[in-house]
Design a binder for this molecule. Structure first.
Ligand code: GLA
Length: 386
């Protein structure tokens, strides 16, 4: 698939701008467990997926960026010389990265870009991180600049925080930039150290898209962050020195529960228990104990639904249908929530039955036709050579 897309992009690039381009791509992701923990300095376990944003790029002699999106059939011109402001538009992800790179001292050359993606947009699979990391890599290499991958990942996150205005954690940009084929990563979002966890061969990552996206998503995301920060502020009265929920144990939370409003207590309980689940999940994945892993996924989903309150009826239904099927080890919502996708660990020989049965039952119950696809754990961003 990659080679065909690259050839098509080269052709479209030639028709639009003339000449040949370099092609870069960055993947979307799923998160196996560890949700809403990254901005609490905690642990996550994402894997990159075989869905990407591709960027074909070639230099210009001025300081302009010409962006054309094949998905939106739109062209946008940015002048790096004159400053760029957010416009609440897909191009913000690219211009935000360009501005952030420049502010960090990386002087960019003008360029023509052709952008194409197949990560479903707004489905919790991080199409935004994919376009950020792909543009960052493309713009830097196009300018002859070598930047350490971790630095690129951090700058892409900064672009999303400061330019786009979403207060996301580091998980999505990190896995899009640093994912490794065949592996999930257990990432410590404070130190940014990670452990590679090979995925068992006879198990598939199955992604079920509920096809709903509730408008609450971005506002509620920032509210959850603020609630976690409030939890830290209140708890630090009795636990001096804590910097994030990462520094609080479940026993400590219980001991000081009385100092917290009910809502804040529940948010904290989710984050703190979820961190513990990620550690346990890594310990069960290493010896291949998928039953234990699946049980932790179920607990994670329940905690996101009841304590963190970021699930929705469609996600709950998709999980409920999934766990009734043969060969399913675990299922849970993945990403920020309020719609989007679930991630399912399914024995490979049960995948086609799973797709049929879950798809059929979900459609009967909601009237929506879900997308259900399988992805290997993919490699992080890079140049695509023909
Ligand atoms: C979104 C954010 C991530 C992370 C998840 C929830 O995907 O971009 O940083 O917070 O939500 O785990």
């Amino acid at each position: 698939m990659g080679t065909k897309i690259t050839a098509e992009l080269q052709q479209k690039f030639r028709e639009r701008y003339g000449g040949r381009a370099h092609v870069y791509r960055a993947p979307g992701r799923v998160n196996l467990i560890g949700e809403h923990t990254d901005y609490n300095d905690g642990f996550v376990m994402p894997a990159a997926i075989d869905f990407y944003v591709w960027i074909a790029i070639a230099p210009r002699n001025d300081r302009k960026l010409l962006l054309h999106s094949t998905n939106f059939s739109q062209t946008v011109e940015i002048d790096l010389q004159n400053g760029v402001a957010p416009r609440n538009h897909w191009s913000d992800y690219v211009s935000g990265v360009a501005v952030t790179l420049e502010r960090a001292g990386h002087h960019l050359q003008g360029a023509n870009l052709l952008i194409h993606g197949n990560v479903p947009i707004g489905s919790g699979l991080s199409s935004s991180a994919a376009i950020e990391v792909a543009s960052g890599l493309a713009l830097l290499e196009n300018s002859g600049l070598a930047v350490h991958r971790l630095e690129l990942v951090k700058l892409c996150r900064r672009a999303e925080n400061d330019f786009v205005g979403a207060r996301v954690g580091i998980m999505d940009q990190f896995i899009s930039g640093c994912g490794q084929a065949g592996h999930a990563l257990m990432l410590d979002c404070r130190s940014l150290e990670y452990r590679l966890l090979p995925l068992p061969r006879d198990v598939s990552l199955v992604i079920c898209n509920t096809m709903v996206k509730h408008e609450l998503a971005s506002g509620e995301y920032n509210t959850r962050r603020a609630e976690c920060e409030e939890g830290v502020r209140l708890l630090s009265g009795s636990l001096p020195g804590i910097r994030a929920l990462r520094d609080v144990s479940l026993a400590e939370l219980e001991a000081h529960a009385g100092t917290l409003p009910e809502i804040i207590y529940k948010r904290c309980r989710h984050v703190i228990s979820e961190d513990a689940r990620v550690t346990k999940a890594a310990a069960s994945l290493e010896p291949g104990d998928l039953e234990a892993f699946g049980a932790l996924m179920a607990e994670s989903h329940g905690s996101l639904r009841d304590d963190y309150e970021v699930s929705c009826a469609e996600l709950d239904l998709m999980v409920e249908l999934a766990v009734q099927q043969e060969g399913v080890y675990g299922a849970r919502m993945t990403g920020g929530g309020f719609g989007g996708c679930t991630i399912n660990l399914v024995r490979t020989d049960s995948v086609s039955d799973f797709q049929f049965r879950v798809g059929d039952a979900y459609q009967k119950s909601t009237g929506l036709v879900p997308q259900i696809f399988v992805s290997p754990a993919a490699e992080g961003a890079g140049e695509v050579k023909e």
